[in-house]
Design a protein around this ligand. Structure first.
Ligand code: UT7
Length: 334
């Protein structure tokens, strides 16, 4: 097992909005059923915002992680927020959360790697902690308000998504188990998309649409080719775990827990089979929260810790896949 400069998870916390939408609630608005959603996805309920903005969710999760770490907001040197559903183009979600929690003065930035954002964020945090003498404490947050861009007339996607946030306080740890495997395949960009504003500047004379090789999108709503993403995910997820484990010098069986992106329980079951590990190793809370994009992995991690399924010293792999298409796995000791 390779020991390197890695991360110490000082504190964790998660937050979901109070309002819950059940499968029965969806059966009232689109042609679907609890049976179909449960069998095809594993989802039962999701939490949905009722007016609270995305940064509010992130700030509440961050406050819990800070309290759990036993630090002050002013101890934070860098805030990284993974999100693909920010409240504004500018300021960043990180600046809004910084203001909300009183961590003024820290560096603050957002990253958008869709559902893989938390893994990318852990790796980015690790690199700052390792190489920047001014960075001793990183607050990494994943906050998503997917209900904002869900098309609630599209039964194939609206039933999947929920809102939520989770945060880790990270510091440097010498002689630690740590490895990461991150990547992307932009050829799959068109399979998961939500459009930002189109250019309508006053000087524009060319009224033709530029061919971006992306699907026709309804306003700014989210759309996906579920089958293509499913095919990609069932390969990318086990492959990322294997590659990260290989770099860490351990086998997947030696992991105490694998915390995968919570998109579809069938994807997770297929990945477990391909990896040759039992489902007991896979942390799955998709029934409670649905798919919360980048927040799904740390939210599941927090629930697993709260329920005693993940303990201090456990060898963990966080593994994500999603829009981009992106994929990533990080291995570390909790
Ligand atoms: O984090 C983002 C990453 N996204 C993902 O990981 C999504 C990956 N993909 C999936 O999870 C699955 O492809 C879905 C859950 C999106 C769809 O499941 P599926 O088993 O691939 O269903 P399907 O698209 O093959 O559709 C099967 C049938 C179709 O009807 P016909 O054509 O067989 O008559 C659909 O119209 O199920 C129908 N269907 C539904 N029926 C009831 C699609 N959505 C629904 C629904 N309720 N909500």
């Amino acid at each position: 097992m390779a020991k390197v400069t890695g991360i110490k998870v000082k504190g964790i916390g998660s937050y979901v909005p109070e309002a819950i939408a059940t499968n029965e609630d969806f059966a009232k608005i689109v042609d679907t059923s609890d049976e179909w959603i449960t069998q095809r996805t594993g989802i039962k309920t999701r939490h949905i915002t009722n007016g609270e903005p995305n940064y509010y969710l992130g700030a509440r999760a961050a406050e819990k992680a800070i309290a759990d770490a036993g630090i002050e907001p002013t101890d934070i040197d860098l805030i990284i927020v993974a999100t693909c559903t920010p409240d504004f183009y500018t300021p960043s979600e990180a600046c809004l959360i910084q203001r909300e929690i009183g961590a003024i003065g820290s560096m603050a930035m957002d990253i958008n790697c869709a559902c893989t954002g938390f893994d990318y964020g852990v790796d980015m945090a690790k690199r700052y902690l390792q190489s920047d003498d001014d960075v001793h404490t990183v607050l990494l947050i994943a906050a998503e308000e997917l209900s904002k861009f869900v098309d609630y007339t599209d039964r194939s996607s609206c039933i999947l998504f929920g809102d939520g946030a989770a945060a880790f306080v990270l510091q440097k740890q010498e002689n630690a188990l740590y490895a990461s495997y991150l990547g992307a395949d932009g050829n799959g960009a068109k399979f998961l998309a939500a459009r930002a504003l189109k250019s309508e500047n006053v000087f524009r004379t060319n009224k033709e649409e530029f061919d971006m090789d992306m699907p026709e999108l309804k306003d700014y709503f989210f759309t996906q080719d579920g089958k293509e993403v499913y095919k990609f995910a069932t390969k990318a997820l086990p492959n990322a775990v294997l590659k990260a484990c290989e770099k860490a010098g351990i086998s997947p069986e030696e992991l105490d827990a694998i915390v995968p992106h919570q998109a579809n329980v069938r994807i997770i079951e297929t990945a477990a089979k391909n990896l040759g590990v039992s489902m007991d190793k896979m942390v799955v809370y998709i029934d409670r929260y649905g798919n919360t994009s980048s927040a799904s992995i740390p939210m599941a991690f927090c629930d697993a810790v709260a329920e005693g399924r993940i303990k201090r010293g456990d060898k963990i792999c966080l593994v994500g896949f999603g829009g981009g298409l992106t994929y990533a796995a990080v291995v570390f000791e909790y």
